[in-house]
Design a protein around this ligand. Structure first.
Ligand code: OGA
Ligand code: MN
Length: 287
């Protein structure tokens, strides 16, 4: 396999590796090492069945079943459909695709280790593929904070909440109803603002625009101002990795080391269809 690192502080491309075939232990460890360093990896040119995507994802840990149960594949509930395609009067996936900065499942007690997204159909106009995904390094963001801000953040904790985000995206159009019973499965959770990566121990800024609503024990105005400052710092345009999708891409990202956002530059009748698997967080974490 051939590895190409991007020029940004995160992101790498792996070529000439066929994930429909068994990956050896040695190759898998090399992939994991690269992943922990770069936070985002794309495997180009894949052709995977649902079982094969699940099988490869499963080597990274147990898989989550997403709370938005209307958008799971019926035979494989480990697969969340990300799509703007309507069939029989119903959109078949999460249509907004996460068009706000976030990391997946930060709103659960044990946040996801990583997610894998496989491109099946991509919106294309005049030969150009649209619907890019932007990535930012939350570790690089921490490292580049002034020392005074780093120490100000020590010991702070923030509240993450799924329900507000779902309702916002619903109001913006494109997401169907979700029951109170479903939302009750994702109550508020609290995480440290500076989190150590569960595997490498590297410090990261673990607050995101998508799901982090408030820093505990600060007056609301101070919490709002600090969060806004941190969100802007994490997502400084000059440090982003922009993923330009190609058909057959399997993209994987670390949900502690990185944050991401889908770009909204296409609309039906342009079709976008991707399948996401989400790996659960490690049970054991380094301190
Ligand atoms: C996701 C996500 C981004 C995209 O599936 O978790 O944020 O561009 N997707 O589809
Ligand atoms: Mn996401």
């Amino acid at each position: 396999m051939e590895i190409r690192r991007s020029s940004a502080p995160l992101g790498a491309e792996i070529l000439n590796l066929d994930l429909s075939q068994p990956v050896s232990g040695g190759a898998f460890r090399a992939i994991e090492d690269l992943f922990h360093e770069r936070g985002v990896i794309v495997f180009r040119g894949q052709q995977l069945t649902e079982e094969q995507q699940i099988g490869f994802s499963r080597r990274l840990g147990e898989l989550e079943i997403h709370v938005a149960t209307d958008y799971l594949r019926p035979d494989h509930p480990q697969i969340l459909v990300v799509s703007n395609i309507a069939e029989n009067g119903r959109v078949i996936g999460l249509a907004d695709a996460g068009q706000y900065w976030h990391s997946d499942l930060s709103y659960v007690a044990n946040p996801s280790r990583c997610s894998l997204l496989y491109a099946l159909e991509l919106p294309t106009e005049n030969g150009k593929i649209l619907g890019e995904t932007l990535f930012a390094s939350a570790a690089y963001a921490y490292d580049t904070l002034p020392a005074g801000t780093q120490s100000q953040l020590e010991g702070l904790r923030a509240i993450h909440r799924y329900a507000d985000r779902y309702r916002k995206q619903q109001a913006a159009g494109g997401r169907g109803a979700i029951s109170e019973e479903q939302l009750a499965k994702v109550p508020d959770v609290v995480h440290p603002v500076v989190r150590r990566h569960p595997i490498t121990g590297r410090k990261t800024l673990f607050v995101n625009e998508g799901f982090t609503v408030e820093i505990e024990r600060l007056p609301r105005s101070q919490s709002d101002a600090l969060l806004a400052q941190l969100f802007a710092h994490i997502t400084r345009p000059e440090f982003l990795y922009t993923h330009s999708w190609q058909p057959g891409d399997l993209l994987m990202w670390d949900n502690c080391l990185t944050q991401h956002r889908a770009v909204s530059n296409y609309a039906p009748p342009l079709r976008r269809l991707l399948h996401r698997t989400t790996v659960a967080g490690a049970r054991f974490t380094v301190s």
